[in-house]
Ligand binder design. Structure first.
Ligand SMILES: Cc1cc2nc3c(=O)[nH]c(=O)nc-3n(C[C@H](O)[C@H](O)[C@H](O)COP(=O)(O)O)c2cc1C
Length: 226
């Protein structure tokens, strides 16, 4: 019997970010290796396969969670490896706000609820209670073009997990504390942290998991020329 639940279209269509996991239900190693082997098939420029990935599971993941939360709660300023923060304006800003509103609505957080928003942000560093987190890096010398390859890797990984009934959430927020990630996971200095991916089995009782993000019609993004 295969462990795969969906075909490709259905996997792509149904995948969504999961922001609440069952902390004690580890992903069987066989399924994790299957997903990693599929992700390894991601295309990359000249096939250099630039992704470098550190996966913390069980107690190691718990230790990282505690260290990240301590950094946030002690007011330690974040210092991402690259400080080129993207600014969203106009239509991009509209979509960013719609995304946050959809999520906060499910979490019962109002616009002016600063404590609620801080709590929602902290959930990122609690890794949404996940028993696993992947920290995705690439060599420091690489820039945006190579980062494209790593993005393809991350999507392939998340789809391979989802097809096996395993939820995940990509997390740019984890870029805030590369020093903590390096110290806890032994990530070498010559790697730049791009994002995290918390993953595991979904906790259906977490309100954030009711969130469904829409998409613009394709005309918004694609110009078809004849
Ligand atoms: C590179 C990347 C970074 C992201 N960072 C975060 C994050 O830090 N926290 C979070 O809750 N979601 C994060 N997300 C998830 C997006 O909010 C989510 O993919 C988007 O709203 C679409 O929703 P869906 O994944 O449920 O379809 C990230 C997604 C990507 C691709």
């Amino acid at each position: 019997m295969t462990s795969v639940k969906y075909d490709l279209d259905e996997t792509i269509r149904s995948r969504r970010s999961v922001r609440g996991f069952l902390p004690d239900r580890l992903v069987p190693r066989k399924l994790l290796i299957e997903a990693l082997e599929l992700a390894q098939r991601a295309p990359s420029n000249c096939n250099v396969q630039p992704w470098r990935v550190f996966i913390a599971s069980g107690p190691r993941c718990q230790r990282l969670r505690e260290a990240l939360c301590q950094a946030v709660l002690s007011g330690q300023p974040g210092r991402p490896d690259d400080d080129e923060a993207d600014r969203f304006e106009g239509d991009y800003r509209r979509l960013q706000v719609e995304c946050a509103v959809a999520l906060y609505q499910e979490m019962g957080i109002q616009r002016d609820d600063h404590a609620g928003r801080a709590r929602a942000l902290l959930r990122n560093f609690e890794l949404f209670d996940a028993p696993h987190v992947a920290i995705v890096c690439m060599h420091r010398s690489f820039g945006r073009v190579v980062a494209l390859d790593v993005g393809m890797y991350v999507q392939t990984f998340m789809l391979a997990l989802w097809a096996r009934g395993i939820g995940s959430c990509a997390q740019g927020s984890l870029r805030q504390y590369p020093d903590v990630l390096r110290r806890e996971l032994g990530i070498p200095d010559d790697l730049r942290v791009l994002c995290g991916v918390s993953f595991g089995y979904e906790n259906p009782d977490v309100p954030a998991n009711r969130c469904r993000q829409g998409r613009e019609p394709i005309e918004h993004n694609v110009t078809l020329l004849e």
